[in-house]
Unconditional design. Structure first.
Length: 404
């Protein structure tokens, strides 16, 4: 029983890390920390858009159409598609859209991370200020590149845009996903930027050419984005947030379609935490506040998993009549205050707040399902094969400005 009490106390402490980091950020801001000043660039930086694609003929044209209509000097950016182990017409469609296309045939080493590592040495990345990695199922708004340019110079930093949900109106699942995206990008990332902290990277990240030269691509885990975030943060590379740069990604609209993706993300994130936390803790290039925030990001579950874990462990503490059980339960439930407040703030900023709120009637079912995917993901930790998420055709619920 003592061991169980200690375990539950440790879980509560981990779940409270994001709250502690937020409080630390607020103190930094109150003491005068201000966002980094961005002087206007002398000329638009030169950008390479890199689009890894595996059998993406359903959505590749929408992605490339959005890139071809950017409000940005055409001579200052190029688009290259990596047709990775494709068995469909992805390469043909990419070339027809005017993009350069590299075809990779290596079925023994599939997946986006290895496709990027293969392509970068074949491209003159040093001739650009930054390389933007866009998933083939995503689109960007017309001002995307111009927004990134406001963060110039780009060469020695990483930039993360706002990732929004393209098909938010499909059903309750996609509406909740849009709210949770707002929690991350409209609330959490704003706070981190004001406090001068790195933000995690994901779709649409812009990696400076100088960063790639000093830190060649070496992220091959199931969750390469988290791996990049951890290693670059430990190395002291700044990862800035550019909120006006908007990217729209297709969200899975069924639990079946979403299962492999959620399992991969969870397993990959846990593996990254296990392998990188010693380096983060020992790093002399970042301060205590950044270390705390990085560890909080890497250990934090998604909001639905967080809710489910708290409910299950609190019930366990009550049923087992643990010594100190009420204190542990209080700490567990207190850890939910941050995600609840952030979610309410995100709901208030949603373009259709009442419909978004109604979608949360699905939350109990989704929470139970997410706990199941958490358990299933534990089997994937390690060097497991990459599994592509199922796509579906675009719907009429798409957001304006996405190029579709």
């Amino acid at each position: 029983m003592v061991a169980l009490s200690v375990f539950l106390g440790l879980v509560a402490a981990v779940l409270l890390l994001p709250t502690l980091s937020d409080l630390s950020s607020l103190v930094r801001i109150a003491l005068g920390r201000r966002p980094r000043v961005r002087p206007p660039p002398a000329q638009p930086p030169k950008i390479l858009f890199l689009v890894p694609a595996h059998d993406e003929e359903l959505l590749i044209e929408s992605c490339l159409r959005s890139l071809s209509t950017l409000d940005y000097p055409r001579a200052r950016y190029d688009v290259t598609v990596i047709a990775d182990n494709c068995t469909d017409g992805t390469a043909t469609l990419a070339r027809a859209a005017g993009a350069q296309c590299l075809e990779r045939d290596d079925p023994t080493h599939p997946g986006k991370p290895r496709a990027i590592a293969w392509a970068l040495p074949r491209l003159a990345a040093h001739e650009y200020d930054g390389v933007v990695i866009i998933d083939a199922d995503a689109t960007v708004d017309a001002g995307f590149a111009r927004a990134l340019a406001t963060a110039s110079p780009l060469r020695d930093k990483v930039l993360q845009p706002y990732n929004d949900v393209h098909n938010r109106g499909d059903n309750a699942l996609t509406r909740m996903a849009a709210v949770f995206a707002a929690v991350t990008y409209r609330i959490s990332f704003r706070l981190k930027r004001r406090a001068g902290l790195n933000v995690p990277v994901s779709a649409g990240m812009c990696i400076g050419a100088g960063v790639l030269a000093a830190h060649p691509w070496n992220a091959f885990s199931l969750s390469e984005d988290w791996e990049l975030y951890a290693w670059l943060t430990a190395a002291g590379v700044p990862i800035d947030y550019v909120e006006p740069a908007h990217l729209y990604a297709q969200e899975a609209r069924s639990l079946r379609q979403s299962a492999s993706q959620r399992q991969r993300w969870t397993a990959g994130k846990l593996a990254v935490l296990r392998t990188t936390y010693p380096t983060l803790v020992r790093s002399r290039r970042i301060g205590v506040g950044q270390k705390l925030d990085a560890l909080a990001e890497l250990s934090a579950p998604g909001p639905a998993v967080h809710l489910g874990v708290v409910a299950v462990l609190s019930m366990l503490a009550w049923l087992q009549h643990l010594s100190g059980g009420p204190i542990v339960s209080l700490a567990l439930w207190a850890s939910l205050l941050r995600p609840v407040v952030h979610t309410l703030l995100a709901l208030g900023s949603d373009p259709e707040p009442w419909r978004a709120l109604g979608a949360f009637a699905f939350l109990p079912i989704y929470t139970v399902w997410r706990l199941g995917t958490l358990v299933a993901s534990l089997r994937m930790i390690g060097d497991k094969p990459w599994v592509r998420t199922e796509r579906h055709a675009p719907t009429s619920s798409a957001n304006g400005g996405s190029g579709i």
